[in-house]
Design a protein around this ligand. Structure first.
Ligand SMILES: [Fe+2]
Length: 217
């Protein structure tokens, strides 16, 4: 686990101790709040739920090699790595958990720009969707491209996390704006409703760019 992540988790434990009863849990089960308190914004315990949105296609398959952009859509490559952990704190990993991801292309369009079961689309209409599984260390890796902005939304990835014995978690991770972007975090209600740890920190000094996030369910 990267040092920065470990530091973040240590901070999360301290933050949780500071908020009576673990206030982060209060918004775990429903849609994100429009405004979070400073303590909630800085907490990083259980991964906070975010809306599925209108572009989820169900029944997508596993991406065995982690290469989500198998159809080579244009865009800047980004690698997403991390773990799935059991619970708000601690180091118990969840193996064989499904990390499903879907996101817009670099122009802000989904493939397809719709929802429903995968079976209602031609394979050629589907891209940037699928799931990977965590390995024996609870780790996952996804290679894809940066998602683009679209109306009202900063760059973001959608996820569903499915682990044995756990309720399915639907969430989003936010990608920092790039030069020339028209939107910022505070103009995106969904980004505003997530804690800071779900705003990805991307290392662009490496190729492909790399971002790390540990889901906690
Ligand atoms: Fe979206």
């Amino acid at each position: 686990m990267p040092l920065s992540r470990r530091t973040l988790l240590t901070s999360a434990v301290a933050a949780l101790a500071a908020v009576a009863g673990g206030a982060a849990l209060l918004f775990r089960g429903g849609p994100p709040r429009r405004v979070l308190s400073a303590a909630e914004k800085n907490s990083c315990a259980l991964t906070v739920e975010a809306v599925e949105g209108p572009y989820h296609v169900s029944g997508m398959g596993e991406v065995p090699d982690g290469n989500l952009n198998a159809t080579n859509l244009a865009g800047e490559a980004i690698e997403l790595i991390g773990h799935v952990y059991d619970g708000a704190v601690g180091e118990k990993v969840l193996t064989d958990a499904e990390v499903e991801i879907w996101h817009a292309d670099n122009s802000g369009n989904y493939h397809p720009n719709g929802n429903g079961p995968a079976s209602q689309y031609q394979p050629s209409e589907i891209a940037l969707r699928g799931f990977v599984k965590t390995d024996a260390q609870g780790a996952y890796r996804i290679l894809t491209i940066y998602p683009g902005e679209y109306t009202g939304r900063v760059r973001h990835f959608h996820f569903k996390i499915r682990a044995p014995g756990k309720p399915e978690l639907t969430t989003q991770l936010i990608v920092p704006p790039k030069p020339g972007d028209t939107l910022t975090f505070d103009t995106d209600d969904i980004a505003e409703g997530l804690p800071n740890c779900q705003l990805l920190s991307v290392d662009e000094s490496v190729s492909p760019a790399k971002a790390s996030f540990d889901f906690r369910v």
